[in-house]
Design a protein around this ligand. Structure first.
Ligand code: ADP
Length: 429
């Protein structure tokens, strides 16, 4: 008897429930499992459809996503997959709580927000993960890191022999999506870890406002913040992600103090911060993520604590194409630009290799090819300029403004839920 060895790829399926869904998560999980098992192959990655035919799913489910995996195949058969289904119901956007700087003193006029707390998964972070596009697989790499720490934690590996700090530091030019990536990763984790933790929270610390006042005040604030964090982390069935944005503004204080330009209070604050971080590394249910635009300005004691020091670069030409493509598809979907199918990156790369532009044509395919090639040329131009993801995402507004400026838009009658009756095309140039 021969035993066939089959490599099984782990494929994560995320099932988002409607706000008012009342069905039990495991009921939904079983129904989704049966639904998937009844199909032959699954495209990777994709948004699943057809499940609306199952009444229980139709009444509770909003969206089913087959997530990207390490497998490079565009589809897999049931035998090739190890399916993991994650059912979740995101909290509503405005469940935020703030820690203010004023320690409850009404007379204090410096009432800046030092941190905010939100429940995860959160509706306001939906779609963020997919909207972030990177050439090298940063997103998967970060997820794999978390997974690795979980394997070690579960096995109770002796911390004296193998240790890590649960700190990830993302650095790179402004506008490259570092803060968004931290939020997206927190959201992803809360969905993927929902079978282990009954809830998850994201605490965002605003480094600037933490140090907006006197360092002596900041010391107390850091202390209070970490007291709160410790309280959060003590609930062992909850997962906590702490995001420290622009961490250089926090830790530069120590460098300043050493050079004698800042009061020694600054030094104490940073030391307090580092000590608190060290205490957290023994907790299984916490992850610290920090971002910085200037890694050189960060205290080396902090940088040393990062398990992963990830450089986030300006987008490559290919990533720019994908970003611009997602912009264009969105404004087509919302009826602002005449419909045209925008080629995927793979398609346009083939066009670029084998084809010349099709010239002016009414043929649907020719139009699509032309749009793709023009978008690719635009991507090259943006790359030369060294544009950030943030700058790219505002290009459509600027392009439309210019088009309106030269009299391009006449009038659009567009009521919500109805296709626009009279549309004017404004292809981005
Ligand atoms: P940073 O923290 O690096 O300054 P942000 O997270 O504030 O950057 O990014 C701002 C916005 O720019 C993001 O929400 C996103 O819309 C866009 N953006 C930046 N980088 C990318 C990218 N690589 N892919 C897609 N969008 C991006």
């Amino acid at each position: 008897e021969t035993i066939m060895e089959v490599t099984r790829w782990t494929v994560h399926i995320e099932v988002r429930l409607k706000l008012r869904a009342s069905a039990r998560f495991d009921t939904i999980r079983n129904l989704v499992h049966n639904f998937i098992a009844s199909s032959e192959r699954l495209a990777l990655p994709c948004t699943l459809d057809g499940w609306e035919e199952v009444p229980e799913l139709a009444s509770s489910v909003e969206k089913i996503t087959v997530c990207e995996s390490l497998c490079t195949e565009s589809s897999l058969s049931m035998e090739e997959m190890n399916i993991q289904i994650h059912v979740y119901k995101p909290s509503d956007g405005d469940a935020f709580e703030e820690f203010s700087n004023s320690s409850g003193n009404v007379n204090d006029d410096d009432d800046t927000m030092a941190a905010s707390l939100c429940e995860l998964p959160n509706r306001s972070h939906e779609g963020l993960w997919d909207s972030l596009i990177y050439a090298d697989d940063i997103k998967m790499k970060l997820l794999d890191y978390i997974h690795a720490t979980l394997v070690f934690s579960d096995a109770n590996v002796d911390f004296n022999l193998v240790s890590w700090n649960r700190v990830v530091l993302l650095h790179g030019p402004p506008g490259t999506g570092k803060t968004s990536l931290c939020r997206a990763l927190a959201q992803k984790l809360s969905i993927r870890l929902s079978h282990r933790y009954s809830h998850a929270r994201l605490l965002e610390i605003n480094s600037h406002s933490l140090f907006s006042k006197w360092f002596s005040e900041s010391g107390k604030l850091v202390q209070r913040l970490f007291t709160s964090i410790t309280e959060l982390v003590e609930e062992e069935d909850g997962f906590v992600v702490v995001l420290i944005d622009e961490v250089e503004s926090l830790t530069a204080a120590r460098v300043g103090a050493m050079a004698g330009t800042e009061p020694s209070d600054g030094l104490r604050v940073v030391n307090a911060l580092l000590t608190q971080l060290d205490k957290l590394k023994h907790r299984k249910n916490v992850l610290i993520m920090a971002t910085s635009n200037l890694v050189k300005a960060i205290d080396s004691a902090f940088v040393d604590r990062a398990d992963i020091l990830q450089y986030v670069d300006l987008p490559s030409r290919e990533a720019i194409y994908e970003i611009l493509r997602s912009c264009l598809c969105e404004i087509i979907a919302k009826g602002i630009v005449l419909p045209v199918s925008v080629p995927t990156l793979k398609q346009v790369q083939i066009y670029e290799l084998v084809n010349k532009p099709a010239g002016r044509s009414d043929d649907v395919q020719d139009r699509s090819k032309n749009v793709g090639l023009r978008l690719l040329a635009l991507a090259s131009a943006c790359r030369v300029q060294g544009m950030s993801g943030r700058a790219l995402r505002r290009l459509p507004v600027l392009a439309l403004a210019r088009y309106i400026g030269i009299g391009g838009i006449v009038h659009t009658t567009h009521q919500a839920g109805e296709p626009p009756r009279e549309r004017q095309g404004a292809l981005v140039e």
